[in-house]
Ligand binder design. Sequence first.
Ligand code: SAM
Length: 229
Amino acid sequence: MKIEDNIANEFDSFSKNYTNDMIGCVPHYLTLMSCFTEQLPKKFNPTNILDIGCGNGNVTSKLLSLFPDTKYTLLDASQEMLRLCQKRFKNSTVEYVASYFNDFDFKEDYFDLIVAGFSLHHCDANEKKNLFRKIYNSLAKGGIFSCTDLMINKDNPQHPKLLEEWKVFVNSNFADEKKWQWLKEHYDEFDKPDDYNNQLKWLKEAGFKSIEITTRKEGYWVHLQALKG
Ligand SMILES: C[S@@+](CC[C@H](N)C(=O)[O-])C[C@H]1O[C@@H](n2cnc3c(N)ncnc32)[C@H](O)[C@@H]1O
């Protein structure tokens, strides 16, 4: 796969074999996906859910198994990813929004649950800070922000170790080194992960009081949940 000129085109191409590629390229992908349903409080029953960077709908699909009657808003810049979701969720109440996160009009005090699976590492530090504020304002009282991602700065001393381990993982799943070469090019071009300590700080600054790291693998593959009290 060649590298595209922007994130929307990049994920249009990536959408072709998306789930298999994610399982083979992202350590703990399935474990971290399961956090979106398994870590929610008992008796949580959301009316409105927003999936930020829905991709082909793997997070929403999990949530639908728990909350089939909830209203979903799926946000993504990639038209192809949204088209896959439209095919996948024909019988559910879903609104599709083709937009960059920065241009999306977040309704105030509206969503009970906002999820982001491996999508926010495409935003730089300032974009993340702004998004956390918008997410906080967009949650209804008692609402939850649930997020999984790679959380490590590229200048963190542990970053070279991450890349070494990641390369071994990807090469163990694909016959030749081409997948790793593509992934590394994609990572260099589009990915801007931040340390989870920074993200915790920005979530607190946005207003979140209760933030829980529910799962953390090898230090930097993280799922967290933040509650709007
Ligand atoms: C790695 S995929 C994650 C998909 C899905 N949430 C999952 O966990 O499998 C990231 C998705 O976020 C979208 N995305 C990344 N940055 C974006 C931005 N700034 N605005 C809108 N969509 C974005 C991409 O198009 C892609 O579909």
